[in-house]
Each structure stands twice: as structure tokens, then as C-alpha cells.
Design a protein around this ligand. Structure first.
Ligand SMILES: NC(=O)c1ccc[n+]([C@@H]2O[C@H](COP(=O)([O-])OP(=O)(O)OC[C@H]3O[C@@H](n4cnc5c(N)ncnc54)[C@H](O)[C@@H]3O)[C@@H](O)[C@H]2O)c1
Length: 260
């Protein structure tokens, strides 16, 4: 198989969702074998079947809740066995929460976002690292958000968890470098991208998706929200050996938003 990630064995969490799907297709078309894990195991299975119909044997699927350490241990072991090793981990699963100012926010909201957005990244790095070291050169790609670098009113839990992902990425990058493991670790920070995670904004616009997206695009110099492939192209680069000298770095996929 030829391609920019030929021979790579990739695990993508939350892989059945908007960004995860785009990444899975792109990796498979560029020569990787892909394990798609998602809390929605049936959706992950449907995606793997669709990919395999085009590229036989390229994808496998697992039901996987990134909140659970036992689940992580199981999925990493099975994926490494079925794919013949693990050379790329994409920590992609994540959720937004209800918008809430500090005085109205809840411990439940923080707990949920902390477990799914941030603690999951630690568990993924912990359990995948022994396999990644074995398969080096290897790469961890953590999907943070522009909201991990720039704050917004009402987004406390999301801002804090995504900022945690940004900094934790650097810690892991330095640990791997210090030990000469040849495992890179980088974070990706998208602005608004057209996926179901934007549905609450559509609801706020009375169900009018085009109007909601037009509103979100107003602060973006390139005058549109992003498409899933805009993020997947960056993840493809970070998964491939083209990024062999890149670690501990953050990549903003924001249409120029933070250049202003
Ligand atoms: N779309 C955007 O505008 C945007 C912008 C910045 C960052 N992000 C980040 O990108 C990542 C992917 O988001 P998306 O836009 O594809 O969202 P999405 O809602 O389309 O997909 C998220 C996926 O994660 C899965 N998931 C949810 N909870 C899970 C859990 N506990 N365990 C395992 N899987 C779980 C869902 O089933 C879903 O398939 C998230 O980390 C998100 O925070 C998205």
C-alpha cells in the first residue's frame, strides 16, 4: 500500500463523529490501517464497513468509552493485536457542554467535560505509549480546540479542559524526547468546524443551520467555518513521518482568527 501514512497503524477515539470520520477516511486512503473507537460502537462499525467496502481490510471498529481506564486498556490491547501494532494515537473524542457563566455552572458539567476531554487524553497516552514506543517512529495527536488557547464567556469547562490538553501535550512530548522514544506528541486547535458538535448553535438560531454557521463565520477572516477535511489534513501530516522534527507544538486550524 502506498500513501503518506502507508504502513501506519492508527487508533482514533470518537472516530465515528464528524472530525473522526474525516480523519479515518483520509488515513485509510493514504495507506494506514485504522481502528475507529467510539462510545457509539454501532456508528463506528458502520464507518469501518464503509471504509472496508472501498479499501478492503483498512478499518476495524470498537465500542470504547474514553472515560474508563479498563476500557482504554482493553481497546489498546485489542487494536494493537488486530492491527499488528500501534504507531499513531489520535485523542479526538470530546464534548462541548451547556454554556454557563461561573456562578451558574455545575460540578457535573465540569466533571463530565474533565473526564471526556482531558482525563481521557492522559489515559490514552498512558496505555498506548508502550505500543507506540515499540512501533516508533510514532505519533500522538491530541485534538484540543482554539478554545484551549482563547477564552470565551460561558465556556469555562470547555476552555479549561482544552487548555489542559494543550499543556499536557507538551509534557508528554518532552518525556518521550528525553527518553529517546521517537514518539512525537502535538496538539491541534480547530475553530468552528461543520460537525454535529455545532448543533447547539443551530438550535440557538431557531434550527436554521445556514444562519447559525454564517454567524459563527463572522469572526473568521477566511469568512467561513471549517470543513472536517481542513482538520484531517493537519492530523494526516502529524501522523506521517513528514512531521518527524515536530513535537510539543500546537497547530491552529482557525481561518486566521487568532492573527487578528
Ligand atoms: N467541530 C468543531 O467545531 C470543533 C472545534 C474545536 C475542537 N473540536 C474537537 O474535535 C473533537 C471531535 O469533535 P467533533 O466536532 O467531531 O464532534 P462530534 O460530536 O461530531 O463527534 C464526537 C464523537 O465523540 C464521541 N464521544 C462522545 N463521548 C465519548 C466518550 N465518552 N467516549 C468515546 N467517544 C465519545 C461521540 O459519539 C462522537 O462520535 C472533539 O474533541 C472536539 O472538542 C471540534
Amino acid at each position: 500500500m502506498s500513501g503518506r501514512v502507508a504502513g501506519k497503524r492508527v487508533l482514533i477515539t470518537g472516530g465515528a463523529g464528524g472530525l473522526g470520520q474525516a480523519m479515518a477516511w483520509m488515513m485509510a486512503r493514504e495507506g494506514a490501517r485504522v481502528a475507529i473507537s467510539d462510545i457509539d460502537g454501532a456508528a463506528a462499525e458502520r464507518l469501518a464497513n464503509a471504509i472496508n467496502a472501498e479499501i478492503a481490510g483498512a478499518a476495524v471498529a470498537y465500542a470504547h468509552d474514553v472515560r474508563g481506564e479498563d476500557d482504554w486498556a482493553r481497546v489498546v490491547e485489542v487494536a494493537a493485536r488486530e492491527l499488528g501494532g500501534l504507531s499513531v494515537l489520535v485523542n479526538n473524542a470530546g464534548v462541548g457542554g451547556p454554556l454557563a457563566f461561573a456562578e451558574d455552572d455545575t460540578v457535573e458539567n465540569w466533571q463530565r467535560q474533565f473526564e471526556i476531554n482531558l482525563r481521557s487524553v492522559m489515559l490514552g497516552c498512558k496505555h498506548a505509549m508502550p505500543h507506540l514506543r515499540q512501533a516508533a517512529p510514532a505519533s500522538i495527536v491530541n485534538i484540543s480546540s482554539l478554545a484551549g488557547l482563547v477564552a470565551a464567556p460561558g465556556m469555562g469547562a470547555y476552555n479549561a479542559t482544552k487548555a489542559g490538553v494543550w499543556m499536557y501535550t507538551k509534557t508528554v512530548a518532552l518525556e518521550a524526547a528525553k527518553n529517546d522514544w521517537n514518539v512525537r506528541c502535538n496538539s491541534v486547535h480547530p475553530v468552528f468546524i461543520r460537525t454535529p458538535i455545532l448543533d447547539p448553535f443551530t438550535a440557538m438560531a431557531g434550527g436554521d443551520e445556514a444562519r447559525a454557521h454564517e454567524r459563527l463565520a463572522r469572526g473568521i477572516p477566511l469568512k467561513r467555518i471549517g470543513e472536517p477535511d481542513d482538520v484531517a489534513y493537519c492530523v494526516l501530516y502529524l501522523a506521517s513521518d513528514e512531521s518527524r522534527f515536530v513535537t510539543g507544538a500546537e497547530f491552529k486550524i482557525d481561518g486566521g482568527t487568532t492573527a487578528q
